[in-house]
Design a protein around this ligand. Structure first.
Ligand code: ADP
Ligand code: NA
Length: 345
């Protein structure tokens, strides 16, 4: 029998407006834009599309847009996202106004709009196996979904990408014990550790004699962060340096000669075909492929994660994110599962 994992995302939906300018406008100055392009965006929507493209079977996005965002909902639906729980309300859709120069400089104004409106769906449907959250919606809703039970007995696997970072108070009140997977970049890992550890002195890291990781600055941050939230699996993306993961929920290996659970997993970035064009959306692409990979493992009936399962999921993530940075744009640059697989064979 084939099981099918179901993922719900409670997240943001934006219209991204790109103004192509010679240089970023200064105070008091008026400039003309050479070109205007409009794209669907927002971290919730980006990650939903990434999951659908990565081959996840059911991906449902819960969120809000205004009348001006109907075309975004259509786009998400065409991309394979279940949009039944996207409500259309009398408020403008969330917006990012982005000035973009030829040499890649940008400046962004964010308007939260409909993303911060109250949403009637406060619980998850039965059968939901995975819950994916970011932080571009009211924190109360993020916490509601983090604590949600799919059935009387079943808690889903929860994945959180705190982008933008929570405030110190929110970090203190956050239900970390409910979080299965945390996905952060290096800056977020550091900020989170600093806030969680408060005034405690630096926690010693395991003896790193001969470790291939000692030259990665995020190595010690990751260990320290993990000691603050010891049950949560942490995946830290390192931009052009790849990814480092600490996965405490791995199955214990009986063979002492193999890697310990406390050993991090490191993978370098994928070998690029054309070089970096635009890193926008790479993190969201990575997150989508990670959750799709976790869903696939779940579908195969694996109860306790094995190290090799996690490595193979992460390999696909770095390949997909690598292909994403080779193309302009966010959502449109996320590759399809078959394109990623073709590059890996
Ligand atoms: P974020 O955009 O969320 O800060 P990162 O910059 O860490 O995330 O990038 C996410 C992932 O995208 C990285 O782990 C890597 O796999 C891929 N990536 C990012 N930048 C590059 C790059 N210059 N070359 C190849 N892959 C990249
Ligand atoms: Na891109």
């Amino acid at each position: 029998m084939t099981m099918h994992s179901r993922c719900v995302i409670r997240g943001s939906i934006n219209i991204d407006e790109f103004f192509h300018v010679k240089k970023i406008v200064r105070p008091g100055e008026t400039i003309s834009s050479l070109e205007l392009s409009r794209q669907a965006g927002g971290k919730g929507a980006n990650q939903a599309v990434a999951l659908a493209k990565a081959g996840a079977y059911v991906v449902s996005l819960v969120g809000s847009v205004g009348e001006d965002g109907r075309w975004v909902v259509e786009y998400l639906k065409d991309s394979g996202v279940d949009v039944a729980d996207i409500q259309i309300i009398p408020e403008p859709t969330g917006r990012a106004v982005i000035q973009l120069t030829d040499d890649g400089e940008n400046s962004i104004i964010l308007f939260k709009g409909a993303n911060y409106a109250s949403h009637p769906k406060k619980s998850i449907s039965s059968g939901v196996t995975h819950v994916l959250l970011q932080n571009e919606i009211p924190i109360e809703d993020t916490l509601t979904y983090l604590n949600a039970q799919a059935d009387a007995s079943a808690f889903p696997i929860t994945i959180f990408n705190p982008s933008p970072m929570l405030s110190d108070t929110e970090i203190e009140l956050f239900a970390w014990n409910k979080l299965s997977w945390l996905i952060v970049n290096e800056g977020e890992a550091f900020d989170l550790y600093k806030s969680l550890s408060g005034d405690t002195p630096d926690i010693p890291i395991p003896d790193s004699n001969g470790s291939p990781f000692v030259n990665i600055p995020a190595y010690s941050t990751l260990f320290r962060l993990s000691s603050c939230i010891p049950k949560t699996n942490i995946v830290c993306t390192l931009g052009a340096a790849g990814v480092l993961a600490l996965v405490p929920s791995l199955q214990e290996t009986a063979d002492a000669s193999t890697a310990l659970n406390s050993d991090p997993i490191f993978l370098p970035v994928a070998k690029l075909q054309n070089g970096v064009i635009d890193t926008t959306g790479a993190g969201d692409c990575f997150t989508g492929y990670l959750v799709a990979g976790l869903m696939k493992i779940h579908d195969e009936g694996v109860k306790t994660l094995r190290r090799e399962d996690v490595i193979s999921v992460l390999k696909r993530c770095v390949q997909a994110a690598g292909m994403c940075v080779e193309k302009r744009g966010a959502m449109e640059s996320i590759p399809l599962a078959r394109e990623v697989d073709a590059m890996m064979h």
